[in-house]
Design a protein around this ligand. Structure first.
Ligand SMILES: O=C(O)CCC(=O)C(=O)O
Ligand SMILES: [Fe+2]
Length: 217
């Protein structure tokens, strides 16, 4: 572990410096949001193996702070086993990339979208004044960083749109996205708003890893 990186990923500057110095990573140039993209972070074989896990173990996705829209998030979710060697390999690589302590991470999840499924515009941080804040954040605190990896090339649709900064990221096998949900001053950043747009043809698979202010377990 790199001792210069805060275990939680906050303050964000040391993580930004580390990611910024990583070969093959690009930072999306925008003053309002810290967003990095790394293509081909995971090789196709590992992605395929994770897709198998997600296919066999999925359940309907859920949301916090229910907003009355029953079709806000229509995808399926898979809780990936921390004892699975492929999952352990992904965890190890995310830790090596970011320097953030795995103890501050929620268990790795997979998400699967069929044609017509989406996750409408949302933020990954929990609304500090939302009804569910206590329930989701009393132990581990707020979400600091989001790391997600697309596991396949989607035939049509399924891009991730960061509305506020007008940036659209297209799914591609093994492509990683990492962003800070917090601003440098620690407040949640509304410019992280993102929409997993409807898949138009084929299937879409991603994995998501969320880091917290305090240890998870
Ligand atoms: O599938 C995507 O493109 C984004 C997924 C996402 O935003 C989430 O699971 O929180
Ligand atoms: Fe999200």
């Amino acid at each position: 572990m790199d001792s210069s990186i805060p275990a939680s990923g906050f303050p964000i500057e040391p993580v930004i410096a580390r990611l910024g110095a990583t070969p093959a990573i690009q930072r999306v140039p925008n003053p309002r949001l810290t967003l990095f993209i790394r293509r081909a972070f995971l090789e196709p074989e590992l992605c395929a193996s994770l897709i198998d896990r997600i296919d066999t173990n999925r359940r309907p996705s859920t949301i916090s702070d229910y907003n009355g829209d029953a079709v806000f998030r229509t995808s399926e979710t898979c809780d990936l086993s921390a004892a699975d060697p492929d999952v352990m390999e992904v965890e190890r690589r995310i830790a090596a990339l970011t320097g953030i302590d795995p103890a501050h991470g929620e268990p790795l999840q997979g998400q699967r979208y069929e044609v017509g499924q989406e996750f409408k515009a949302h933020t990954d941080y929990f609304e500090p004044h939302g009804v569910d804040f206590e329930k989701f954040c009393s132990v581990a605190g707020q979400r600091t960083w989001t790391v997600m990896v697309y596991l396949n090339d989607v035939e049509a649709g399924g891009a991730t749109r960061f509305k506020t900064i007008d940036k659209i990221v297209r799914p591609e096998t093994g492509k990683l996205l990492a962003w800070s949900n917090l601003r440098p001053d620690g407040t949640p950043n509304p410019a992280t708003l993102h929409h997993a747009m409807k898949v138009r043809a084929g299937l879409k698979y991603v994995i998501t890893k969320w880091f917290r202010e305090r240890p998870w377990g």
